[in-house]
Design a binder for this molecule. Structure first.
Ligand SMILES: Cc1cc2nc3c(=O)[nH]c(=O)nc-3n(C[C@H](O)[C@H](O)[C@H](O)COP(=O)(O)OP(=O)(O)OC[C@H]3O[C@@H](n4cnc5c(N)ncnc54)[C@H](O)[C@@H]3O)c2cc1C
Length: 457
């Protein structure tokens, strides 16, 4: 009996591996793709996401904006052909500040994003300006770019639920959210219909012949097996570094633990049709005297000082849902990924207190904390927070990963890029920005030291 074979073996059935299988099999006609994972599809990180997307990214250069625009083009195409099974909306990202000193910064961010290809800036500094909010559902026929709103009466008229002292908003428009699980399952179904097979097991090693990949070793419940293949794609999410070693590559990635909080907003503090809303000012939480004294002597004493900007949230779910989803990355360190992931029990309270600075009606939840669900996983990142999609030094080995906190939104562009590398077809202009070989360029490496804005929220 001949040994089992595959044209491409993909290690990892998260959104990166599934999107890669879809782009190889469905869009590029590659037959006999095998997706290997010891866990059910999408279950390690890809079902922990806040499921948002944006074409709003910083430079240097237009690579991130161009890749995200490509990803959103692909997502919109998938939404249209599927009857929007993954419920993609275009509510936008709403950046808010109460600091008049920060307004020029927000305006500059909008202008920079426009220069990079995110779309034009519209200024609204009069109460009768023609600012149009986003519809709650759907994504078609909506403006791109951003609306900068600096008239306080206009802010109150459209966003009266924000803090009274909010002085400026930037509403970035080619942004919103969708169901990541539905997107992933749709891509997987389409891929399976084109012959992609799922194999339960763990990739443990590779064999090489003449200096290139010739087989992949997989261990599973039924023992070990070897799949003959000329091509391995590493899509191992938070295990990228360890699986990289299987092909003798030390990938320049690390992990951060990130969590989100969901609870029922029974008081209706945040309107159901709200965009994803982000407070761009640092926050000092208003603790009582007793709370201050208790915190001062505890491991949480850092919560007494100024906490970073970026607390954000959005309504979650359609129909009768009252759920809101909040995120605040006030405390991240590189960590070794371990599972199950553990989170600070104080996280929900801290996030709700932070969110109450932006949405004052949430203050009512501070004295009587709602039943909150905390969930999350790891952002797997490169130092400058740009993903990897392309060849590895070993012939026949490729990587798609380091998708950080944006893997749901970027996976289609990353997988499209990966598939172009694997099939040897023409590459988009932004391809070099996401290849591992970028780190061989001394000019690029020198730029990393002064790389200020990674685009992480
Ligand atoms: C709290 C939080 C909020 C987020 N919010 C957003 C958001 O709003 N928008 C967005 O776009 N993204 C968001 N993300 C990021 C997004 O979830 C990730 O970027 C994405 O899920 C990464 O996908 P992946 O396929 O690379 O990794 P994973 O989903 O982790 O998949 C990797 C797979 O590889 C498998 N694997 C590993 N090693 C092996 C091996 N040796 N053999 C076989 N299989 C192996 C694992 O079992 C796993 O199934 C968020 C993430 C978190 C944690």
């Amino acid at each position: 009996m001949s040994a089992p074979t595959a044209e491409v073996v993909i290690c990892g059935a998260g959104i990166a591996g599934i999107a890669a299988a879809y782009h190889l099999a469905v869009r590029r006609g590659v037959g006999d793709v095998v997706l290997v994972d010891e866990l059910p599809p999408l279950s390690l990180t890809s079902d922990k996401s806040a499921e948002c997307y944006r074409n709003w990214w910083p430079g240097p250069g237009d690579a991130m904006v161009a890749a995200m625009n490509r990803s959103i083009d692909l997502l919109e195409g998938l939404a249209l052909e599927s009857g929007n099974v993954f419920r993609m909306n275009r509510r936008g990202y709403l950046f808010a500040t109460a600091d008049p000193g920060r307004v020029p910064q927000l305006v500059r961010a909008a202008e920079d994003a426009a220069a990079l290809g995110a779309g034009p800036v519209r200024r609204h500094d009069r109460a009768d300006s023609d600012y149009r909010p986003s519809p709650a559902d759907g994504f078609e026929a909506q403006p791109i770019g951003s609306d900068v709103i600096t008239n306080r009466a206009l802010i109150r008229r459209h966003f009266g639920w924000l803090a009274d002292d909010t002085v400026a908003l930037v509403h970035a428009r080619r942004c919103g959210w969708f169901s990541g699980q539905q997107l992933g399952m749709y891509l997987l179904e389409r891929a399976r219909a084109k012959g992609v097979r799922l194999l339960e097991g763990r990739v443990e090693g590779v064999e090489t012949t003449g200096g290139r990949v010739s087989a992949v070793k997989v261990s599973g419940a039924g023992g070990s097996r070897t799949l003959s293949t000329p091509c391995l794609v590493v899509a191992a999410g938070p295990r990228l570094k360890s699986v990289g070693r299987v092909v003798d590559v030390e990938l320049p990635v690390f992990c951060e633990r990130h969590a989100k909080v969901a609870f029922d907003d029974t008081l209706g503090a945040m309107p159901r049709e709200a965009p994803l809303t982000i407070w761009t000012d640092p926050v000092r939480l208003p603790w009582s005297g007793d709370e201050r004294a208790e915190l001062a002597g505890s491991e949480h004493r850092g919560l007494l000082g100024e906490l970073p900007a970026g607390v954000h949230g959005r309504p979650d779910g359609g129909g009768d849902s009252r759920s809101v989803l909040l995120v605040w990355t006030y405390d991240v360190e590189p960590v070794e990924p371990t599972f199950p992931v553990r989170f600070d029990p104080a996280y929900p309270e801290v996030v709700i207190r932070g969110m109450a600075r932006m949405v004052p009606a949430m203050t009512a939840y501070v004295s009587r904390l709602p039943r909150a669900f905390v969930d999350g996983g790891y952002y797997t990142k490169t130092r400058e927070n740009r993903f990897l999609a392309g060849p590895l030094p070993l012939d026949g080995a490729y990587v798609i990963g380091a998708l950080s906190g944006y893997g749901l939104m970027a996976s289609n562009a990353a997988a499209d890029l990966l598939a172009a590398h694997v099939t040897g077809t023409s590459l988009p202009h932004y391809a070099p920005a996401f290849m591992l070989s970028r780190y061989e360029d001394p000019i690029y490496r020198a730029r990393l030291d002064s790389w200020t804005d990674s685009g992480q929220l």
